[in-house]
Write a protein that binds this ligand. Sequence first.
Ligand code: OFO
Length: 178
Amino acid sequence: MINERLRNSMNEQIKNELESFYIYMSMTAYFHTRNLDGMAHWMRCQAHEEMTHAMKFFDHINDRGGKVVLLNLNQLKTVWASITEVWQDTYEHEQFITGKINELTTIAREEKDYTSEPMLAWFSKEQLEEEATACKVLEQIKMIGENQSGILMLDRELGARAFPPGSALDPAAYSVTA
Ligand code: OFO
């Protein structure tokens, strides 16, 4: 049975992960308005990952005999002043999530909930990768500056990210014309 304090914090984390999903879909929509379909695609792939993160916590609480409680999501940002601002927000958001994973790890240890530790260690590693990726793209955007062809090249590169097989966010999964 999952420790109650940890369960409550994991329910909060489901909300954080679903908000991550929502943030990245909002960024997807923004990039489409800027005709940066590669960046839109990258954000959509990222949104897929966030949904799977939410579900990992969802399943963990269930598997441990706890009750999942879905909390209200906040109204999120829908407009950005620049491409740089979107990537800055992405990097800051991933740092925020890393802080939340660290808090969960602290609670698991304080409450001696050792069963949760392997999953939380997986999230720590995942956050290391996600922060590093967001930071790298942000720094590249800063290097490119106002150079339009540089932005288009990066857009193409980010557009090459592959959807995980079977992703419900992959347009191929629900295309009515296919
Ligand atoms: Fe970005 O890793 Fe979950 O939130």
